[in-house]
Design a protein around this ligand. Structure first.
Ligand SMILES: [Zn+2]
Length: 218
């Protein structure tokens, strides 16, 4: 998870957000389990803007998503706030496991978790990594709640993060070899830049990579 800043409201929501919300709230009054239409809140224009915000990654776990894998998530659940079903600020981009595995707000309130879109959000203050394994930083209760809520310690993510680390360490070994062959005691600017690029926000798992680079003094 990294801080994200929200772009402008997609045109389709400016135009239809209010009538869609009104219709949905009325439908829900008649049928309390009614879900909002995904082709509305997950409209192509909405997804395009969400994709721009996160550079194509899940807002929660930072996995790179293909368009087929993208889900539009209601950050505050519709069961809790049906009036936010088409609210731009409540729509997040998530992978299926982060979205469907999400612990309910009743047991894991959203307010207790780190919100990547909140102004001044600082996920790095609450989340850290031991190799590929995510952990709350300095026993942060918000970090712990976030990991549980989105199941960020699931095996599938550990494996994906582990593969990303392998890629980084292969690059590190190659760079160290170059420095050794050139009889340099340190990396040059280009080598540092190459390694630091792994923590670029466009790359998957950039929060983990940034923590690792800090630890390595890079
Ligand atoms: Zn995810």
């Amino acid at each position: 998870m990294v801080p994200l800043s929200r772009g402008p409201t997609p045109r389709v929501l400016v135009e239809y957000g209010a009538p869609w919300t009104q219709a949905y709230v009325a439908e829900r009054a008649a049928k309390p389990t009614q879900r909002p239409q995904s082709r509305r809140y997950g409209h192509a224009e909405v997804r395009l803007e969400l994709r721009r915000m996160s550079l194509g990654k899940c807002f929660y776990c930072e996995r790179k998503l293909t368009e087929a894998e993208e889900e539009v998530d209601h950050h505050v659940e519709v069961a809790e706030r049906p009036d936010l079903a088409f609210e731009w600020a409540n729509l997040y981009l998530a992978c299926t496991p982060c979205n469907s595995g999400k612990a309910p707000n009743i047991t894991h309130p959203i307010a207790a978790c780190v919100d990547p879109c909140a102004p001044g959000a600082d996920p790095a203050a609450h989340l850290t990594f031991d190799r590929e394994r995510i952990a709350p930083r300095a026993n942060s209760p918000q970090g712990r709640a976030t990991i549980v809520k989105y199941d960020l310690h699931r095996d599938e993510l550990d494996l994906a993060r582990s593969r990303a680390l392998t890629g980084f360490y292969e690059a590190l070994i190659a760079v160290e070899r170059c420095a050794r062959l050139d009889r340099r005691g340190d990396f040059n600017d280009a080598e540092r830049e190459l390694l630091r690029a792994y923590a670029d926000p466009a790359r998957p798992f950039s929060l983990m990579m940034a923590a690792l680079l800090r630890r390595l003094g890079l």
